[in-house]
Design a protein around this ligand. Structure first.
Ligand code: CUA
Length: 313
C-alpha cells in the first residue's frame, strides 16, 4: 500500500492480523499531521496578520464564536469515534481465530519459550510454522507474567500462570520473525527471545514428522492415557452415556448450562478450572462431588488432557 507513516513500522509479514493495526496507525498519524499543520500555519498567519502596527492600535473585543467552537469540538469528537470503531474491529479480528487454524502450544518460563506440537515434537525458542495457514498459539506461563510479542505480525498478548491465553497470525512468506518478551520478568527478561521460523507447507510437514513422536507419544495420546490412569471414566463417559458426571463426548467449544443458571463455553480455561477446582462451575443437573485435582496434576498433564478432550466429538 505504501502509506506515509509506514517507515515507522516493522515489516508486515502477517497481513491478516497486521493490516488493520497499520491502517489505524497511519490514520492517527496522518490526522495528527493535518491538525498540527493547520494549527501551526494558522498561528503563523495570525501572528503576522494581526501584529500591532502602531502605539494606538486597539484590539477588538470578541467574546466567542459559536460556529468556530462547535466545529473544533465536533471534528475531534468524530475522529475519536472513528479511532474507537477501527480499533475495536481490529481487536475483534485478533480475538477471532479462523476455524482452520493450526494449534501450537507455547509455554513461557524464566527465561525461555518452550514450544510443543500436536504430534509430540518439542522445540525451545523456535516456533516452526507453515506459511499461508492461520496459526493459533495457545500460551501459558510456568512461573511469572510474560508477554508474547511478534512485531512483524502485530500480535502481542500476556502469558500467564494458571490461565491459557492465545494469539493467532498467518505468515505469508517463508523466513524468520523475532519474538520478544514484553513484560518485565526478571534478570534475563531482555534475553527472553525466540524466532518464528516459517516453512513451505511440505517442508514444515517433513520437519514435523522428523521431530515428532518421542518416547511418550503425542499430547493427545498422553492425555488419553492420563484420563484412563486417573480413573476419570468412572464418572465421565467418552461415548455420551450418562454417569455421575457429564460425558466428555462432544463438549469442546460448545456452551454448557451451569447449575446456577448461567452458562459457559467449554474452552481451555474452563476445563483447566474444572480439573483443579471442580466446585467452581457445576454443570446443570449434576452434583458437586468431584475431588479437586489442585496440587495433584501438572500444567503439562492438564494441557494433554485438554488436547485429548478436544478429539472426543
Ligand atoms: Cu519473560 Cu520478560
Amino acid at each position: 500500500m505504501g502509506r506515509l507513516f509506514d517507515f515507522m513500522l516493522p515489516e508486515n509479514k502477517s497481513p491478516l492480523t497486521a493490516d488493520s493495526t497499520d491502517g489505524l496507525f497511519n490514520f492517527i498519524n496522518e490526522a495528527s499531521l493535518v491538525i498540527f499543520l493547520g494549527v501551526v500555519l494558522a498561528m503563523i498567519y495570525f501572528a503576522i496578520r494581526y501584529k500591532r502596527k502602531s502605539e494606538d492600535d486597539k484590539t477588538p473585543v470578541i467574546t466567542h464564536n459559536n460556529t468556530l467552537e462547535i466545529t473544533w469540538s465536533v471534528i475531534p469528537l468524530l475522529l475519536t469515534f472513528i479511532v474507537f470503531g477501527w480499533g475495536y474491529s481490529g481487536w475483534l479480528n485478533l480475538k477471532t481465530v479462523p476455524d482452520d487454524a493450526y494449534e501450537i502450544h507455547v509455554t513461557g518460563f524464566k527465561w525461555n519459550w518452550s514450544v510443543s506440537y500436536d504430534n509430540g515434537a518439542q522445540t525451545i525458542n523456535e516456533i516452526h510454522v507453515p506459511k499461508g495457514q492461520p496459526i493459533k498459539l495457545v500460551m501459558q506461563s510456568r512461573d511469572v507474567l510474560h508477554s508474547f510479542f511478534v512485531p512483524e505480525y502485530r500480535v502481542k498478548h500476556d502469558v500467564l500462570p494458571n490461565r491459557y491465553t492465545y494469539v493467532w497470525f498467518q505468515a505469508e512468506e517463508t523466513g524468520e520473525s523475532q519474538v520478544f518478551c514484553t513484560e518485565y520478568c526478571g534478570t534475563s527478561h531482555s534475553n527472553m527471545l525466540a524466532k518464528v521460523i516459517v516453512h513451505e507447507p511440505e517442508e514444515f510437514q517433513t520437519w514435523l514428522d522428523e521431530n515428532g513422536g518421542g518416547p511418550s507419544g503425542s499430547p493427545v495420546e498422553q492425555g488419553e492415557q492420563l484420563v484412563s490412569l486417573q480413573g476419570c471414566q468412572t464418572c465421565h463417559s467418552v461415548d455420551g452415556s450418562e454417569l455421575i458426571g457429564p460425558s466428555f463426548k462432544g463438549i469442546w467449544g460448545r456452551d454448557r448450562n451451569l447449575a446456577d443458571g448461567s452458562s459457559v463455553t467449554v474452552d481451555e480455561n474452563y476445563i483447566r478450572e474444572s480439573i483443579l477446582y471442580p466446585g467452581e462451575k457445576i454443570a446443570e443437573g449434576y452434583q458437586n462431588v468431584m475431588t479437586p485435582y489442585e496440587g495433584r496434576i501438572s500444567d503439562e498433564e492438564i494441557t494433554n488432557i485438554i488436547e485429548y478432550l478436544k478429539t472426543i466429538d
